[in-house]
Design a protein around this ligand. Structure first.
Ligand code: PAF
Length: 287
């Protein structure tokens, strides 16, 4: 595995890789877990050369958020990247990515004002600015994100379309712990007591799924099913629980065919998000 920091060296190595075949890219903020590794595994299968970046992006954290406390596990990350057969691990520094007179941002419109965006002003502007920069430097054929950050995927997909990026985005399934908790770098910040409670988000999503599978179509009732699970746990400060269109993320009154259920809340200091895609069961075949 090649490990580089400088953009110039990276470009040089990538030029060689590109001449041989396709380049796949997994951008991360480090603290790698099996969810990241699953993205790498898929990219490795589909691309000739796999590059992974590791950069905790200050732009996407609000002033009161956990930028300083965000887990940083560089030496374990290197080992994990090596075991995932990453071809190139890119470790840019803040100085390399942001010159002192840096003054350009990428801001996607209305979809960024909903849900996470409503609670975390400028979060998505920080995400799209860094992802736009990373893509502009790496110019991968394919890049890979996890469905766990569903809104982030939608926002980035919108940016790719609007700005005519040539790269192709693959959204990969959320990986979960045995008890259902969606894998996230932030899980390591949960106290033992909060970690025990955390799978309640997953249970709430599963309850909603069961209600849809048993024929419920009204948002009000689907949300109520999920909320009854969350309400039974005192320690959660629920931010939103919303049934939305899978592309626009606008709330819907009824599920017609497909929808996404988004949830976010705080467990102590730690913000957790999760989601599930819901599908109305197909009508039994009459023939
Ligand atoms: O999902 C993440 O880890 C980050 O938001 C990303 C896409 C690496 C941008 O910093």
């Amino acid at each position: 595995m090649i490990v580089v920091s400088s953009i110039k060296t990276l470009r040089h190595k990538l030029a060689t890789a590109r001449a041989i075949g396709t380049v796949g890219f997994v951008p991360t903020m480090g603290a790698l877990h099996d969810g990241h590794l699953s993205l790498m595994k898929r990219a490795k299968k589909e691309c000739d050369f796999l590059i992974v970046s590791l950069f905790v992006n200050p732009l996407q954290f609000g002033p009161k958020e956990d930028f300083k406390a965000y887990p940083r596990t560089a030496s374990q990350d290197r080992k994990k990247a090596r075991s995932a057969e990453v071809d190139l691990l890119w470790l840019p520094t803040e100085k390399m990515l942001f010159s002192p007179d840096f003054q350009t941002s990428i801001e996607v419109g209305s979809i960024t004002h909903l849900w996470e965006g409503a609670s975390r002003p400028n979060h998505f502007k920080g995400v799209t600015t860094i992802v736009g920069k990373l893509l502009q430097i790496v110019r991968p054929d394919f890049f890979y994100l996890g469905q766990k950050d569903y809104q982030q995927c939608c926002v980035i997909r919108q940016m790719l379309r609007d700005l005519h990026f040539e790269t192709r985005l693959h959204i990969c399934p959320t990986l979960r712990e045995q008890d259902g908790l969606a894998m996230s770098s932030r899980n390591t910040r949960l106290s033992a007591q909060k970690r025990e409670i955390a799978p309640v988000f997953y249970h709430a999503l599963q309850t909603a799924k069961k209600s849809v599978q048993s024929g419920e179509k009204k948002t009000k009732n689907i949300l109520q099913a999920a909320k009854s699970i969350l309400d039974a746990t005192k320690d959660i400060q629920l931010d939103y629980l919303a049934l939305c269109d899978t592309i626009t993320l606008l709330p819907i009154d009824r599920i017609k065919n497909r929808a996404v259920l988004l949830v976010s809340g705080n467990l102590g200091e730690v913000r957790l998000i999760d989601n599930i895609l819901l599908k109305v069961p197909s009508a039994p075949n009459k023939s």
